[in-house]
Design a protein around this ligand. Structure first.
Ligand SMILES: Cc1cc2nc3c(=O)[nH]c(=O)nc-3n(C[C@H](O)[C@H](O)[C@H](O)COP(=O)(O)OP(=O)(O)OC[C@H]3O[C@@H](n4cnc5c(N)ncnc54)[C@H](O)[C@@H]3O)c2cc1C
Length: 400
């Protein structure tokens, strides 16, 4: 009988969990020969969500097959529909629509997050685009290309981005360049951010805000703040203050919620649907289950800061969860998750980017220097390692 670890979700937390578990298995040698690591995910590829606001989103995907092969992990193509018996098994709907039950001695939940689209808000589900998942971003790009063939008009040239947080700002600041590439350099394009907060980037804090405002001004991106969108239709949006903005493209960017699988465990969740986890990333109240990434809320340091829905947290939490799940199965000591260093790098289109360090978000780099850092992060640091065993196992080291 083999001892089975099942990792649910092939995003950042899931991929690095698999690599970390494989590393522990490798270090344990003969004692772990019967350990089986399986990743379940809808596609055998990692979707690089932080790049989905860029052009050509279909390229933001990395094949996982070769990496899993060298790490010695199995892949099951499918979606977990139900977590059975508090994590003793999962019911998977495979790509062909069949259901299979996979037994697990230990489970790592890394099924990530999704954009929250309030179903009660008229038109948001039917008419709004997004850059949340790869297929959403591809649908947006296809739509923008279709618009390029339509006659010039105010509504064609206007894009409304609903949401003035991290993602809304990144999408909006990228659009002037994308629209001019598609509609021509002389097109009278208009990009409008609509947000119900009084200030742009309400969660970003005062440090980087002047840089964000400078970038929005330089790029000609307008902001309608302190006013929520109350309806979306094929020709635009209406705001709570009664303003009508005519637009053939509305992009919803109103915040993320954790995967609904978190609600299937007998454990407390926060307002974003994230599971409470212990310092070792075990789900509180579900002993055989660990959680990492956007599905988990973990303490990152001794000052009381908690993980955010971000890649930097997902990757490191993934390493600790993968290490601990394998160690737990072997009866070895577990590690306490710690990640005291925190940084942000906000893409601001052709203006550049703003890079900050610390939870107070002290600005360290802006414009071209910030952009160079963003490129490094988004094209190298968050990409999985090369598909050779040494690099794959090294990438799973929680203290790398
Ligand atoms: C446009 C955009 C820009 C962003 N920019 C940044 C940024 O600049 N910096 C940053 O740190 N973060 C950024 N983020 C957030 C970041 O992408 C997420 O925090 C990160 O992807 C979380 O990683 P994860 O592994 O927890 O989840 P995900 O990356 O969401 O991966 C979850 C995986 O689980 C799979 N899955 C889901 N449900 C199931 C199921 N039922 N069964 C099996 N598999 C399942 C999914 O298909 C996916 O493969 C951005 C996100 C977006 C959308």
């Amino acid at each position: 009988m083999s001892r089975k670890i099942v990792v649910v979700g092939g995003g950042f937390a899931g991929v690095w969990s698999v690599l970390a578990a494989a590393r522990v298995k490798d270090m344990a040698g003969a004692a772990a020969q019967d350990m089986e690591i399986t990743l379940v995910s809808p596609r055998p590829e990692l979707h690089v969500r932080p790049r989905l606001h860029e052009e050509a989103p279909h390229r933001m995907s990395v094949p996982l097959g070769p990496l899993l092969d060298v790490a010695g992990a199995r892949f099951v193509e499918g979606s977990v529909e139900r977590i059975l018996d508090d994590g003793a098994a999962v019911d998977v709907e495979t790509a062909s629509g069949e259901h299979v039950v996979l037994p697990c001695d230990r489970l790592v939940l890394t099924s990530g997050s999704r954009l929250h689209r309030p179903a009660s808000l008229p038109g948001v589900v039917e008419y709004a685009y997004s850059v949340d998942q790869l297929e959403d971003a591809v649908a947006l790009e296809t739509h923008l290309k279709t618009l390029a063939d339509q006659p010039d008009s105010r509504a064609r040239n206007t894009v409304v981005v609903v949401g003035c947080g991290f993602t809304g700002i990144e999408v909006a600041t990228e659009l002037p360049h994308r629209l001019r590439t598609l509609f021509g350099p002389e097109a009278d394009i208009r990009v409008v951010i609509v947000g119900n907060a009084e200030e742009v980037g309400p969660d970003i804090g005062p440090g980087p805000r002047p840089a964000i405002i400078e970038a929005l001004d330089a790029l000609g991106v307008q902001c309608v703040l302190g006013s929520a969108v109350v309806s979306v239709d094929a020709n635009g949006v209406r705001t709570a203050s009664g303003e009508r903005i005519e637009s053939h493209t509305v992009i919803w960017s109103g915040g993320m919620v954790a995967s609904p699988l978190t609600r299937q465990l007998p454990a407390p969740i926060d307002r974003l649907g994230r599971l409470d986890v212990t310092q070792q990333l075990r789900v509180a109240g579900a002993d055989r289950v660990f959680a990492a990434g956007d599905v988990a809320r973990a303490l990152t340091d001794a000052e009381g800061h908690h993980s955010l829905m971000s890649c930097q947290h997902a990757i490191v939490m993934g390493r600790f969860a993968g290490h601990n799940v394998a160690a737990d199965l072997l009866g070895a000591p577990l590690l306490d998750y710690r990640q005291p260093f925190y940084a942000t790098c906000l893409d601001l289109g052709e203006w550049g980017a703003v890079y900050t360090e610390g939870w107070e978000r002290e600005v360290k780099l802006t414009q071209a220097e910030g952009k160079a850092r963003k490129r490094l992060i988004n094209t190298q640091w968050i990409y999985p390692p090369a598909a050779n065993r040494a690099d794959a196992l090294a990438a799973g080291n929680p203290f790398i």
